[in-house]
Ligand binder design. Sequence first.
Ligand code: IPE
Ligand code: IPE
Ligand code: MG
Length: 249
Amino acid sequence: MIDLKEKIDRSRLPNHVAIIMDGNGRWARERGSHRIFGHQNGITSVRETVEGAGELGIKYLTLYAFSKENWCRPPEEIDALMGLMISTINSETETLIKNNVRLMIIGDMQNLPAYITEKLNEVAGLTAGNDGLTLIIALSYGSRWEIAGAARRIAEDVISGKIEMEKINENTFSEYLLTKSIPDPELLIRTSGECRISNFLLWQIAYTELHFSQTLWPDFRKEHLYKAIIDFQKRERRFGKTSEQIKCD
Ligand code: IPE
Ligand code: IPE
Ligand code: MG
C-alpha cells in the first residue's frame, strides 16, 4: 500500500486546516440507524483528525461542530450532540494536555447551556499555555453573525473614540473577529460530497483552497486528511498574480 503520509512535503504544510464535518446523518441512515448513531461514530474521526494533524505538525485545526443554523434541528438531536460534546471533552482533556494541544472555542456562547460553556472554558484555560496544535472548535458558530458582531464592536469603538473611522481597513476588521489571533485557513475540507460553505468562516476563507471529499464524516480517517493535504500541495496558489510571477517570487 502506498504510504500517503510519506507523500506529504513537510516543508509546505498548510498552517491552518479547517473542516466542515458533514454526513453523520447519512452514514447512520445507510446503516438503518438513528442520526445520533452517526454523531457518536463521528467522534472517532475527530480523534483521528486531531491526532493526524498534530503528528504532521499542523499548527491550527478548526472543526465545525455545530452551526447557529443547527439549533433548528430536532430537540432530541441537539440534546444528543450537546451530551456528546461534554462526554468527549471530559474523556479527551488528558490527551489534549499530554499532546500539547491548545483548545479554543469560537461561537455564540450565549446560546449554549452553562454546563458546556463552563467546561469548555475550563479546558481552554488548562491548555492555554500549550504550544503544539491549536484546536479550534466552532460551536454555535455562524459567520454572518460573527461579521455583524465585528461591525457592531467597531462602531462602538468609533463612537467611544477608541479608533478613528478613517483608519478602519481589512486588518482592523480581522482584529474584531473571533479568530483575531488565528491565521486564515489555507485548506478547507468538507466531507460528505456537499459543495457549500454553510456559513463557515466567510471572511477568513477569501483565499483558502477548498477540498470536497465524498467520504462521510464517520468514515474520515488520517488517510483522508493526508489525501486532502497532498491535493492542496499540488495546487498553485496565485493570489491574483500570474503563474509566471509566482514562479519568480
Ligand atoms: C454533520 O452531520 C454534523 C452536524 C451538522 C452537527 P449531519 O448531521 O449534518 O449529517 P447529514 O448531512 O444529515 O448526513
Ligand atoms: C454544516 O453542516 C454545519 C456543521 C458541520 C456543523 P450542515 O449539515 O448543518 O449544513 P447544511 O445545512 O446541509 O448546509
Ligand atoms: Mg449535514
